[in-house]
Design a protein around this ligand. Structure first.
Ligand SMILES: [Zn+2]
Length: 375
């Protein structure tokens, strides 16, 4: 049954489904959790369960008799078309771009693949939920659903403009019987306390590494066991991040970070390492995707430094870059704890330099030089 496809947080899912079974599903639900924890996936699953025409329940030996969704009926299939939120969002942005200027200004962004299910993403360029988006919710929410049993509204971000938040509050004060509102957030504190007090909050916590690893075996058969182990550790318990992880760019960025680290730890007499290092920093000099590339490099660098700290403090089980454990062990013997800390501080300076828009490779070069000086 489809709910069994959801990864992790079984108690939370059970509670939500129990409320569905008792017809006590709250009008406003806050789903909170880290990026990639499955908030949107879960909201769409609940939207389908609320409206599935077959209304199956989980039966059989391991079944719990709780409501589920069939995934085949016309409500289920249309709601499922919204699953790829990034693509639907991009289409909506494109559609608006193609409008005449006067219409463009008045058009707010929505994703809608079923007439009674509306998805409200943050509106670019500010990427905030705007008051006109909430107004549209108010205009439609008091009409009975046409093809569904329950109107469903999914706000995919909690970044509300002030006026938009106040308008939403008015809806939550008097929600109609036949509507459910989902508010997805990485940080519930971003929502007005008065919105939170009128909603029920469910938190999606981190999923165990071993569970992510075993799910990846089904979701990403293109990765081998070593790669799955690495990705499961790098995605910090978020299945969405794990299944869409860009392993290729991670490994590319990591090889650069390793060259810089080795060059610094190898000492200044190592000419080969120097040439290699120069090639690396040079490759970050320009290019449109340069910023994303360097962000990737810095993130990767941090994860390596953290692993070195884990090794030095005798916590090898916490190392995330497990596929290069041997290499990391050698490095952790060459560097002491203070060196790793200074390297992390230096990395922080590179980041601050980038925010001040210093030339990218300039601050990278400075960082590489600084690393060598401290060793
Ligand atoms: Zn169905």
């Amino acid at each position: 049954m489809p709910f069994s496809d959801f990864v992790g947080n079984p108690e939370t899912i059970h509670r939500l489904r129990e409320m569905l079974a008792r017809n006590r599903f709250p009008h406003a639900v806050i789903l909170s959790g880290a990026h990639g924890s499955g908030k949107y996936t879960l909201a769409l699953m609940l939207a389908r369960t609320l409206n599935c025409l077959e209304q199956p329940t989980t039966k059989g030996t391991d079944g719990d008799g709780l409501p589920d969704f069939c995934g085949r009926c016309s409500n289920c299939t249309r709601i499922a078309q919204a699953e790829d939120l990034d693509s639907r969002f991009a289409e909506a942005v494109d559609a608006r771009e193609n409008l005449r200027d006067t219409d463009k200004k008045e058009t707010r962004l929505f994703v809608q693949t079923h007439p009674d299910v509306l998805i409200i993403p943050p509106d670019p360029p500010q990427l905030m939920i705007k008051v006109d988006q909430v107004r549209h919710v108010i205009e439609t929410i008091y009409y009975r659903p046409g093809e569904a049993r329950e109107r469903v509204y999914i706000f995919t971000s909690s970044a509300f403009m002030k006026e938009a938040a106040n308008s939403l509050l008015k809806v939550l004060e008097e929600p109609p019987e036949f509507a459910s509102i989902f508010l997805l957030t990485e940080n519930p504190g971003e929502l007005l306390p008065t919105i939170r007090s009128r909603s029920m909050t469910f938190n999606l916590g981190a999923v165990a590494v071993t569970e992510i690893e075993s799910r990846l075996a089904q979701l990403r058969p293109d990765w081998n066991a070593r790669q799955r182990a690495l990705v499961a550790r790098l995605s910090e318990g978020a299945i969405g991040r794990a299944s869409s992880f860009d392993l290729e760019s991670y490994v590319a960025a990591r090889s650069h970070a390793l060259i810089m680290l080795k060059s610094a730890l190898g000492g200044s007499d190592n000419n080969n390492a120097h040439t290699e290092l120069f090639k690396v920093t040079e490759s970050y000099r320009s290019g449109a995707e340069g910023r994303a590339k360097i962000d990737n490099l810095l993130r990767t660098f941090y994860s390596l430094l953290e692993d070195l700290m884990f090794l030095q403090s005798g916590a090898a089980q916490l190392v995330r870059n497990t596929d290069i454990l041997g290499e990391l062990k050698k490095m952790s013997e060459a560097a002491d704890f203070a060196w790793v800390q200074r390297a992390a501080e230096g990395l922080g300076e590179v980041e601050r330099g980038l925010r001040r828009n210093l030339l990218r490779s300039l601050s990278l070069d400075a960082f590489a030089t600084a690393l060598e000086r401290v060793s």
